[in-house]
Ligand binder design. Structure first.
Ligand code: FAD
Ligand code: EPU
Length: 342
């Protein structure tokens, strides 16, 4: 039996801590409950927003529709052999809890994605990534429910069209499906330990780890993240507000003449990736506070809400940052965060 609440305050349901109101709100704990919801008049007439951990959304106004809160739980083994294990994980499972569960069982592949907030169901949407690993590296398939017909579909890794902070769910299939579970394959031995990302190696050294394991990599990643990213339970934020832009090599070479220290990372299609945090810092935004909102002092890519900020204020700050980066570097930043407006 589902309950549809009215005028629900969403402050506790988004990591920015924005006090937006949802006209209707329904918590879904099974596929059957979603099917039940789909038969309600409110579902037929109202606009929907699926919400997981709310760690990648910015509410710029109240949401005058139906928020469907994903609370599906359960982790089951699909198949297993000496080398690998394949898990089906319900969409509402907290991603970091899944990582800890896998690390504890010595199942490798997602330890570099430790401490990323949010749910497992949202992980494929922007192909979450950190410290040299993306979730696409372990995803077998994504199970979805069509938001109109209620039909179930299973899409394989290729069909999801994963890219850097990208998938088909952000484009052709935007708001078309409710992701109900994600199937991923992890290693049980011969783990591919990934310490490429500079800071991991340094941190492991400080931890006196000579032979890294998935457990020690997970700990190192948690240490690094805690040292620079604000904890949303203390200061509202949604992680990186913008994506790191890719620019043409010729453009990069021109910038390098004026800014010899401009960092770069490999990208695709004859382009290089430039850290947006560096661009924003160079424009003088790092650590700046404007009333209740601001730019984090240790990571310029993270916009923050000190407590009573409004979504519009964060949005307006983001727009000014985009403008100044465009003016100084001729680079257009794109938000990573999903902007919810109505
Ligand atoms: P939500 O914010 O609830 O939703 C995000 C989008 O997905 C919305 O459009 C929503 O409608 C849709 N959605 C959610 N669940 C479903 C579903 N079941 N079916 C269909 N659509 C759905 N991201 C990274 O990639 N790497 C990082 O290192 C990283 N670090 C972060 C650090 C901090 C401190 C914070 C706050 C965020 C960080 N993020 C990072 C961003 C965020 O954690 C991820 O994007 C995460 O996957 C969002 O999950 P969520 O459940 O909170 O999604
Ligand atoms: N930098 C600055 N100033 C800053 C911040 C960064 O100059 O204030 C420069 C430095 O040169 C630094 C480089 O940017 O070496 C990279 O910084 P960092 O390692 O912190 O990573 P990032 O590029 O800012 C990305 C992801 C993060 C992910 C980390 C680790 C994006 C948009 N962000 O951040 O993901 O955790 O790498 O892999 O790709 C998220 O998506 O929400 C997120 C937090």
């Amino acid at each position: 039996m589902i309950t549809i609440e009215e005028d629900k305050n969403l402050k506790a349901f988004n990591t920015f801590g924005i006090a937006a109101t949802a006209r209707y709100f329904c918590c879904i704990s099974s596929v059957e409950q979603l099917v039940e919801l789909q038969q309600q008049d409110i579902y037929q007439t109202e606009r929907h927003l699926i919400l997981g951990g709310g760690s990648n959304v910015l509410f710029c106004s109240d949401f005058n529709g139906l928020v469907v809160y994903c609370n599906l739980k359960g982790i089951s083994t699909v198949r297993e052999n000496d080398e690998t294990i394949t898990l089906a994980v319900a969409a509402g499972e907290v991603w970091h809890h899944l990582v800890l569960h896998c690390v504890k069982n010595n199942w490798g592949g997602i330890e570099n994605l430790s401490l990323i907030p949010g749910t497992t169901g949202a992980a494929p949407i922007q192909n979450i990534g950190a410290y040299g690993v993306e979730v696409k590296d372990v995803i077998d398939s994504v199970t979805c429910i069509d938001l109109v017909s209620g039909e179930q579909h299973v899409f394989n890794n290729e069909q999801c069209k994963f890219g850097y902070r990208e998938s088909v769910f952000k484009h052709e299939w935007k708001e078309k499906y409710f992701i109900s579970s994600v199937t991923l394959t992890l290693t049980k031995k011969n783990h591919r330990i990934n310490t490429q990302y500079g800071a991991i190696g340094d941190t492991l050294q400080q931890m006196n780890v000579l032979v890294p394991t998935i457990q020690s990599v997970s700990e190192a990643v948690m240490q690094i993240r805690s040292s620079k990213l604000p904890d949303p339970s203390v200061i509202g934020n949604a992680g990186s507000f913008f994506k790191n832009p890719s620019i043409a090599i010729a453009h990069y070479n021109t910038l390098q003449k004026n800014y010899p220290t401009i960092p770069n990372y490999p990208s695709v299609n004859q382009e290089v990736k430039v850290p947006a945090g560096w661009l924003i810092e160079q424009c003088g935004w790092k650590g700046k506070r404007f009333g209740e909102v601001g730019v984090h002092a240790r990571q310029a890519l993270v916009l923050v809400n000190y407590g009573n900020g409004k979504g519009e204020e964060i949005f307006s700050l983001a727009s000014k940052i985009i403008e100044s980066v465009k003016e100084k570097f001729n680079i257009t930043l794109t938000p990573e965060v999903n902007i919810i407006a109505q």
